[in-house]
Design a protein around this ligand. Sequence first.
Ligand code: SAH
Length: 365
Amino acid sequence: MTATPKTNLLALDRPDLERWFTERGEKAFRASQLMQWLYGRGVVDFAAMSNIGKALQAELSGWAEVRLPEVAADRLSDDGSRKWLFRLADGNCIETVFIPEEERGTLCVSSQVGCMLNCSFCSTARQGFNRNLSTGEIVAQLWMATQLLGRRPDAGRRISNVVMMGMGEPLLNYGNVVRAMHIMLDDFGYGLSKRRITLSTAGVVPAIRQLRADCDVSLAVSLHASSDALRDELVPLNRKYPIRELLDACREYAGEGRRRVTFEYVLLADVNDTDSHARALARCLEGVPAKVNLIPFNPFPQTRYRRSTDGRILRFFEILNRAGIVTITRRTRGDDIEAACGQLAGRFRDRTRRRERSQSVNQVL
Ligand code: SAH
């Protein structure tokens, strides 16, 4: 007889964990107690959980475990960003990036090993798609980073914000990502507010609609073009969900409260960065509660794209600004350690070859 595999506690949100305890004849309140140890204090050793009796501690170690990745690499950028390569139980590796700022510390979390969307300017796409991350593997990135940063109390050195902007398309791993975000939001989990979690998507329209009902965190959309012809080329998912449908879903997401959706726009020299592109973008976003986040392109080996000049970026910014659109230019962080947007590559055990990958892209489309 094979033993039942142990439950990975990081994979359960509070309702799951309450059910898990009651199924074992224990009181539901054990769930919040256990979560406070795991997330509030970073304690994973059942024997150290002093408000849990010895008998239950022993049972817990028979039933459950906390599955954490190994640190395969830990790199610090000159600008203070820090990137970890985490090795998962199956040998696949994923990347997680911490970006300290004066007023906040942001953790950029991965949702998949690789990505199947094949955006032409993104280096993760080059790696192909391997698999979805489990809820536990998503939450473990936050757990590990919190420990590795040393639970510092000072603002900007601890994690105050999470962005689901690492490797992968979070809305194509919907259930696991939403459950992980519930743990991040829970008062007994990481206690983050909805404003402080941002999910970034290339535009999986039905999932954006669903997200509003399930977990309405801040939404960011990787737009990068305001015409379907150009966006089809940059973000192939656009062929399935074109700009109009995408913006309808964004308007709905913003809702009555008119909570702004952030539109990410990577500036690619001579591709999408001219004055007329800027004006077209402003027109395209009319009537959408929008903020625009301009991202200077981060090059990677063998890319055909180039970063726009500083002058171009400024001019693009000014046109949007003058059109009344709240715009920020994202400072490039961590590019000396390949931790900047679009540079996360991880390291996979079984890379899908190009041919297989194009099949997986076609499945999505
Ligand atoms: N799949 C999701 C999550 C990844 S987020 C999404 O598309 O939104 C990663 C962000 O970095 C996206 O806005 C993406 O478009 C941007 N990005 C990708 N490659 C980049 C590059 N080479 N330079 C700058 N930004 C890039």
